[in-house]
Design a protein around this ligand. Structure first.
Ligand SMILES: Cc1cc2nc3c(=O)[nH]c(=O)nc-3n(C[C@H](O)[C@H](O)[C@H](O)COP(=O)(O)OP(=O)(O)OC[C@H]3O[C@@H](n4cnc5c(N)ncnc54)[C@H](O)[C@@H]3O)c2cc1C
Length: 340
């Protein structure tokens, strides 16, 4: 039993609170954050903007394990135990296409890509040589944050987890006086600027997504040289089309430019569902522009003692907070337990 404060109410803070409260219901857990599920959309945090599809990203062995654990939790706990209409989480079949397979995807290990045989229903649809092109299919999950974030907050509150809005904090040390045993730092982008963290490996990008009416019900990803395109069916008559990201330094692109690019790619890769490359042939429901916290150096799941405060860091999920979600949360919960 411990008194735990979690800084951050994005997917990582929420998932960590979920795993901690499942592991030991006697923990006293408080989530403190500037932005909370239920707030109007804001660029200040990432989680409300995600699409969010699970894709086998890879990385270090521990990141791979986190991603697989997250997929397992999404499909075998959330989808298995709760209706999609309540959670906004659904199991889907993902078609994952590599133009060429980068070394980081594991081709050099002689086993195909790193997730060969490690994701449900893995099947090779076509393959050419060791390093691509490769087209595979496997069981994945798609999460609709508009539904999911509110649902998981309610689940946590029902278990006694408290949510508290705080003004923007400047350092983890600002929270020391709360009297917790352990502080979990799940603050995403803030780890770059918090005075006692200042992790310069954390960077950000701007990402564009278009939600369009359509009946594509599965999930599709195309990984090309520096170009990543995805279509995720949301099961409600809409499809998310994404794949434009850029540094935040330039000005925001206009919707017409984004639509040209998105629908050209959607048509190229899924012509049966996107029969035209022209934007005027589609009914756009909304355009989303969000800021993603990235950490190319990899996920940080680590214990640290900061000025007498026991801290567990849980951030830096490269492009996929939802992809790592419950897997990073499991690791963070393990580190919390070790710290108590
Ligand atoms: C358009 C778009 C599409 C995406 N698609 C996908 C996808 O398909 N799959 C996927 O896995 N990921 C996707 N992502 C990425 C995903 O959204 C992020 O990786 C994830 O949301 C990061 O979650 P987080 O909990 O680490 O941080 P955040 O969601 O940013 O949450 C940070 C929390 O910390 C709080 N906080 C931060 N700083 C402070 C401070 N100084 N004081 C007090 N509180 C603070 C915030 O208020 C917030 O509660 C997408 C992102 C975007 C923008």
């Amino acid at each position: 039993m411990g008194k735990i404060t979690i800084l951050g109410a994005g997917i990582i803070g929420l998932a960590t609170a979920t795993v901690l409260s499942e592991t030991d219901p006697s923990h006293t857990i408080t989530i403190v954050a500037r932005d909370l599920p239920g707030d109007a959309p804001s660029q200040a945090w990432a989680s409300p903007w995600a699409c969010a599809g699970w894709v086998a990203l890879g990385g270090s062995p521990s990141e791979e394990a986190m991603q697989l654990a997250a997929l397992d939790y999404l499909r075998n706990t959330l989808v298995a135990d709760h209706p999609e209409s309540e959670t906004g989480v659904r199991s889907v079949t993902l078609t994952d296409v590599f133009g060429t397979i980068p070394a980081s995807a594991g081709a050099s290990r002689g086993v195909g890509v790193w997730f060969t045989g490690r994701v449900p229903g893995y099947e090779v649809l076509s393959s050419q040589g060791d390093d691509g092109p490769l087209k595979v299919r496997y069981g994945s999950a798609v999460i609709n944050p508009d539904v999911f974030l509110g649902w998981i907050r309610k689940q946590l509150e029902a278990r006694g987890v408290r949510f508290e809005r705080v003004a923007e904090i400047k350092a983890l040390g600002d929270l020391k006086g709360r009297g917790h045993d352990v502080l979990v730092n799940a603050s995403g982008l803030a780890s770059r600027t918090l005075e006692d963290v200042k992790d310069e490996a954390v960077i950000m990008d701007r990402t564009y997504v278009t939600v369009v009416k359509g009946h594509f019900d599965g999930a599709f990803v195309h990984r090309g040289e520096g170009v990543y395109t995805y279509m995720f069916g949301r099961g409600d008559g809409t499809v998310v089309v994404g794949g434009v990201s850029e540094p935040v330094s330039g000005s925001v692109k206009n919707a017409a430019e984004i639509h040209q690019d998105m629908f050209r790619r959607a048509h190229e890769y899924l012509p049966e569902h996107f029969p035209s490359p022209k934007p005027e042939h589609y009914e756009v429901v909304k355009d989303l522009v969000g800021i993603r916290p990235l950490r190319p150096a990899g996920v940080r799941a680590e214990r640290e003692e900061l000025d007498g405060q026991k801290v567990v860091h849980a951030y830096g999920t490269t492009i996929g907070g939802y992809i790592h979600s419950f897997g990073l949360a499991k690791e963070a919960a393990r580190l919390v337990t070790e710290s108590l």
